[in-house]
Design a protein around this ligand. Structure first.
Ligand code: 6PG
Length: 257
């Protein structure tokens, strides 16, 4: 009889890498493989980029040879998992981080980049982005957005994208995108726009990137702890039919034993 923790771990593929550089290398390999498979299967690669700082190493790797030359960027469509409600050139913008580390350095048509309009009113921005997703995936002949690869990070509090513990956005079951405030201790203390759990759980491949000792307790709680009454947001990412993979460095995996 599997324990709840064993069930979670059995549904998740967990890889522990020595350090953040090795994690970025493994994530880059997987990104390239996912892009190649998606383009072979459907002619396009729809990918969701994660925000925060952890993915920057992966993005820089993808922005240079040899990785850069192994992705067909003309058939790649880039979306965002969440955005801080700041202008796109603001230091806290996830779009700015992705642009500086990746998007400005690869031959990706600007029409293939779907930025969340963080500069707008949060509720309006969420509605606009949801409409973009519906339109794009309708033109792809799909119903609900089904991304080929969703990159996610996790905060030390177990949040992912901008789905925070105890916030209403976590329980959203119908909207594709929603606006949310952030808990008091979260930086930057600005509202967010975020994909919702139904969209994350529709992904074909969901890839968490976790690095640093400050994530170890949340990683343990999400991947090896007993199922609490209110599972942490990252624990609620359980793709219905897609794959779930965690890439962790040794520091973040320290609590897994
Ligand atoms: C954000 C991210 C968020 C991030 C985690 C981890 O907008 O901040 O979407 O979910 O992935 O907070 O952030 P770090 O990678 O900086 O630790």
């Amino acid at each position: 009889m599997q324990s709840e923790a064993q069930k979670v771990m059995s549904k998740s593929e967990i890889h522990v890498l020595p350090d953040p550089d090795a994690l970025a290398q493994e994530a880059g390999r997987r990104f390239i493989a996912s892009a190649s498979a998606a383009i072979s299967a459907s002619g396009q690669f729809n990918v969701v980029l994660a925000g925060g700082s952890t993915p920057a190493g992966l993005y820089r790797l993808l922005a240079q040879a040899p990785c850069r030359d192994k992705v067909d960027w003309s058939r790649t469509f880039v979306y965002f998992g969440d955005e801080r409600c700041v202008p796109p050139d603001h230091p806290d913008s996830n779009y700015r981080m992705a642009r500086e580390t990746l998007l400005d350095h690869v031959p990706l048509p600007s029409a293939n980049i779907f930025r969340m309009p963080g500069e707008l009113d949060p509720v309006a921005a969420a509605a606009i982005y949801a409409a973009v997703l519906r339109q794009d995936f309708r033109t792809h002949g799909l119903g609900r957005p089904r991304f080929d690869l969703i990159l996610l990070g996790m905060g030390a509090d177990g949040h992912t994208a901008s789905l925070f513990p105890g916030m209403p956005a976590l329980g959203e079951r119908w909207r594709l995108v929603t606006a949310t405030a952030v808990p008091a201790d979260v930086h930057p203390a600005v509202p967010r726009i975020t994909l919702t759990l139904p969209v994350l759980n529709a992904g074909r491949e969901v890839l968490f990137l976790g690095a640093g000792a400050n994530k170890a307790e949340a990683v343990r709680a999400v991947l090896a702890g007993p199922k609490p009454a209110e599972p942490l947001p990252a624990r609620r990412v359980r793709p219905r039919t897609g794959t779930l993979t965690w890439l962790l460095d040794e520091a973040a995996a320290a609590g897994l034993g």
